[in-house]
Design a protein around this ligand. Structure first.
Ligand code: ME8
Length: 602
């Protein structure tokens, strides 16, 4: 088998990972795992782009004096997110590492020695978000199309890279290698852009404090994109990359600048660059300011890594734009993973356990079904070679769907009563389908597939195991367990909401604390005497770890006044003080002016 070197972009560390990053990384991971399963010599590289001016800004914003310490903490966060998502990268590159700096300098010097780097003055519109110069024609209403901000006018003495020199060679390469840039729409976009003419680009920056120094000229830093792209050269023995997976936002850097740098340096070009679409969240662009950045770790904790991986790969046809919503994730979990896949597998395995004493029965395989399924597996293989991951997963699910239909049509639970052989034939074919599902799902949902392999009492070692009905009569299976728990259907909004009348049942009032003391022998409880307007009440509140009694006297607090009295450590509490709680502990609710005691809260 061959070598397979796959990469993701290296992500900026000014922000935390979100599902857009998870999308690219999960897809690259599934492909890497699939190639490993085929026996290929795989190298899967992901990492972080740390030398950006954005890193410096973000570190300062968060009060870090030591920028590297900030970068280290972000690297931990990104790495732990990838571990949670079962990402199986072979290395994790950080551009602040010395091994990367060395590679950058080496390539810079190599390109310089070819006469393709020269000194000049640059003046132009600069987008700080992209860290790139733009021409008027690139802008929409004078703004960067990606960041929707107005670029600044910048004039600097820089080093330039002779990008213009490579336009023809690049066009020729794209023409001769139709797979080089995918999908086709992106390829056309790149071709049109090159045909408009390429200008030389400045590849160093003046007056920056963070980044890689141009050798011998500490006043100049190497431009972050020139630096970042070189990360891909890290595993030298695996170069050229078989595929760079990126999204459409960074195609010009990857499909124009990067190949030109490589042409200049006399290195091979990557074999393929696949630019997928952009995900929105609930229909909106993912952005910090919109507050819709979903932490993949949260989703993993709630639904498991496999479910998140499945959803990300399955939801959007790879290459197209798509949308993320928790409701559609839950629908796919219930309707596909639990009802189709989980159901089929569980029915077959429990049938073997209950009716055949966990032993695969003697019988005849349905040759027609076998042929149909093996053709599907071939199709899956073809799709994966073409990077059509969502379609491949769809095809795998079609096998599960077919399995359910088959099981349903031969009704082994009835056949077993009169025609035991017919039931045995059906089950022998079905258990082979379960095995094929197990093998083919391994790259996509590694945990669920491992669980299933255990139930089948098989070891998944090679993709070829998906290409045969080789579970034979007599094979003893393990204990069946449900693979995916179905979520209870979320209650309709009417049932979840309460009416204003229901809210009105709560008698919430302002109380003024007259006296406070610790409840003896309790670390948590304080006893408060509270003026509620017409009456005085005793309240017991679990806030002693955060508040000293003297902090509270005179404060206007919020009290649920019509709560049944309750005895706490021997003291009767006649109502409840309201407080909020987060990781830092409790925080009592108070009014922002001395409202009259007894006032109602609505
Ligand atoms: O561009 N939908 O880093 P970055 C889908 N450091 N994918 C998304 C996405 C979304 N809404 N948002 C981000 C950089 N991505 C540079 C790369 S490489 C030499 C340097 C994914 O942190 C997608 O893969 O902005 C996109 O290309 C990448 O994150 C951009 O990551």
């Amino acid at each position: 088998m061959g070598k397979f070197y796959i990469t993701t972009p290296i992500y900026y560390i000014n922000s935390v990972p979100h599902i857009g990053h998870a999308y690219t990384t999960v897809i690259a991971d599934a492909l890497a795992r699939w190639h490993r399963l085929r026996g290929d010599d795989v190298f899967f590289l992901t990492g972080l782009d740390e030398n950006s001016a954005k890193t410096l800004e973000a570190a300062k914003e968060r009060g870090f004096k030591d920028i590297q310490a900030y970068a280290d903490s972000m690297a931990n966060l990104w790495l732990s997110t990838w571990r949670l998502l079962e990402i199986s990268n072979d290395d994790f590159i950080r551009t602040t590492q010395e091994r990367h700096r060395k590679n950058v300098i080496e390539l810079f010097e190599r390109i310089r020695s070819k006469g393709d780097i020269y000194k000049g003055t640059y003046e132009g519109l600069y987008c700080e978000g992209c860290e790139a110069y733009y021409t008027e024609a690139d802008l929409i209403d004078g703004k960067c199309p990606l960041h929707l901000t107005r670029p600044k006018w910048l004039k600097e003495e820089n080093y330039f890279f002779r990008l213009s020199k490579y336009a023809d060679a690049l066009l020729k390469h794209i023409e001769e290698n139709p797979d080089f840039i995918q999908p086709e729409a992106r390829r056309n976009e790149v071709v049109n852009f090159i045909k408009q003419g390429l200008k030389d680009i400045s590849v160093t920056r003046q007056n920056q404090q963070w980044g890689i120094d141009v050798p011998g000229e500490p006043g100049q830093k190497i431009w972050v994109w020139f630096d970042a792209l070189i990360n891909y050269l890290l595993p030298k023995k695996y170069w050229p990359a078989d595929v760079h997976i990126i999204a459409k936002d960074i195609i010009r850097f990857h499909c124009i600048i990067w190949p030109s740098m490589l042409l200049s340096a006399g290195l091979e070009l990557p074999k393929r660059i696949f630019a997928h679409g952009f995900l929105t969240v609930e229909g909106q662009k993912i952005s910090k300011s919109l507050g819709n950045v979903i932490d993949p770790a949260y989703l993993v904790e709630k639904y498991s890594a496999d479910v998140v991986r499945y959803f990300l790969i399955r939801e959007v046809s790879f290459g197209q734009d798509g949308n993320f919503s928790e409701a559609s994730l839950e629908a796919r979990l219930n309707d596909e993973l639990a009802d189709i896949l989980g159901n089929f597998v569980h029915r077959v395995l429990t049938f073997i356990r209950d009716r055949f004493n966990s032993r695969v029965p003697e019988g005849k395989v349905d040759r027609k079904l076998e042929e149909e399924i093996l053709q599907r597996v071939e199709k899956i293989e073809r799709l994966l070679l073409e990077l059509k991951v969502s379609q491949a997963l769809d095809e795998i699910m079609a096998i599960a769907r077919r399995g359910n239909e088959y099981f349903q049509s031969c009704k082994p639970w009835e056949a077993i009563k009169k025609e035991k052989e017919k039931a045995a034939d059906c089950i022998l074919s079905c258990v082979n389908l379960v095995k094929i599902l197990c093998v083919s799902l391994t790259p996509f949902m590694p945990e669920a597939a491992a669980k299933l392999a255990k139930q089948l009492a098989i070891e998944v070692k090679h993709w070829n195991q998906a290409k045969a009905f080789d579970i034979r009569p007599g094979h003893v299976i393990g204990e069946p367990v449900a693979l995916f728990a179905k979520l209870k259907k979320a209650e309709g909004p009417k049932e979840k909401l309460i009416s204003i009348e229901e809210f009105g049942k709560l008698d919430i009032r302002i109380g003024r604390v007259l006296a406070a003391e610790r409840v003896p022998k309790s670390k948590k409880l304080l006893k408060l005497e509270v003026d509620l307007g017409r009456e005085k009440r005793t309240l017991v509140a679990g806030i002693a770890e955060k508040y000293a009694p003297e902090d509270l006297v005179g404060k206007n607090i919020v009290v649920l006044a019509n709560l049944e009295p309750a005895k706490l450590m021997g003291v009767t509490s006649e109502g409840m003080l309201l407080a909020a709680e987060d990781e830092a502990g409790v925080s009592i609710l108070v009014t922002d002016r001395p409202v009259k005691p007894g006032s109602k809260v609505r």
